[in-house]
Design a protein around this ligand. Structure first.
Ligand SMILES: [Zn+2]
Length: 76
């Protein structure tokens, strides 16, 4: 996968995806992602992005202050 900004090939890495909302914080750990070595832009494949989105929606409706999950548990 290439960076949208630099057109540089991004490195496959595990990152933490953090969503900081007004009333809660949602963290997805160990997300398989691509990181641009030049600008640090983090990108996800479509399936990973969908998985995260689904979890964030579910966590939002749970209404807790802090929600943390390991990505590996999402796809299990
Ligand atoms: Zn870049």
């Amino acid at each position: 996968m290439k960076c949208y900004h630099c057109a540089v090939e991004a490195d496959a890495k595990k990152t933490n995806h953090i969503v900081d909302m007004d009333d809660c914080i949602i963290i997805v750990r160990q997300v398989p992602s691509y990181v641009c070595p030049q600008c640090g832009e983090v990108m996800y494949t479509v399936s990973v992005a969908k998985q995260i989105e689904q979890y964030v929606e579910a966590a939002k409706s749970a209404m807790s202050d802090l929600s943390v999950i390991n990505y590996q548990n999402l796809i299990a």
